[in-house]
Design a protein around this ligand. Sequence first.
Ligand code: AMP
Ligand code: MG
Length: 315
Amino acid sequence: MPSDRQERISDFVKPFRVEPGSKVSLEKDFDPAFKGGAGSKKEGKELLARGVQMLAEYQSRLYAQDTHGVLIVLQALDAAGKDGTIRHVMSGVNPQGVSVHSFKVPSSEELDHDYFWRYAQRLPGRGEIGIFNRSYYEEVLVVRVHPELLERQKLPRDSRGPGLWKRRFQEINNWEHSLTDNGIKIVKLFLNLSKEEQRTRFLRRIDLPDHNWKFSSADVREREYWNEYQTAFSEMLTHTSTDWAPWYVIPADRKWYARIAAGAVIVNALIDIDPRYPTIDEAARGALQKIKKTLETQAPPGAAADPFAASEDAD
Ligand code: AMP
Ligand code: MG
């Protein structure tokens, strides 16, 4: 039986989920300024703190159980808040069990391999949470918007042509299916930013000296392709939201809301996995008791045989 809190989280994330098989038109179907279910910004802060705490507890169990891994895929346009979302949402977790990988323009060595190659090497292991800041989805996004990038991939002639994007969607779905079957849960978040909010954030990066480093004129050039990206995102969401790895479209115009929403989707996925601390059987428990006896006999004069048990008694 799910607890009340688990049900609330599951209800909260429903509006973000892309129903597998549905045809998505990003602009019509998802509002970047949506803020349902979280109350005010102040209430939102408390929600986020609770979410971060839940995430830490679940991560600890995931790590101990060592059976499932979680891959968080983050996609978005520039200035949508990928970095800030990672920083806030993962602020409470044990760094030992988390890795973050940012994918940039592929190197010549990477281009010498099939397109999954560089992503496969960075997958999280069992017990780990891995975050892809950009991912193999760039292979149907930036590469689709800029055909010259596809040229650089040196594909054989028979693998090019009009069916290429449909085939890539299928390949991605198959890859994610096999990862899921093997214990890697995939959580896909698309941070959905409006064109006007992107403009404001770029201006902020220009106006605030401490933020200048974040500004890249390349980002402004990419903005010229806004419509092409919206189409590519819609196609990606339509063809790669599956029962085993659905997409979640996170309203990103308010940073505080995007963080809560992203955190909730991740916690919801962990609730689904329901990782448990491993328990031990009678025989193993008996063996532990034997070792305990031996350790107790080694207590120096004046020390309690088992100081831990003694302090437990005192509580
Ligand atoms: P940033 O995330 O701002 O550091 O920028 C990384 C850059 O790498 C972006 O401009 C992406 O479009 C680009 N990029 C990421 N993955 C790929 C890819 N598979 N092919 C080509 N460009 C990519
Ligand atoms: Mg950038």
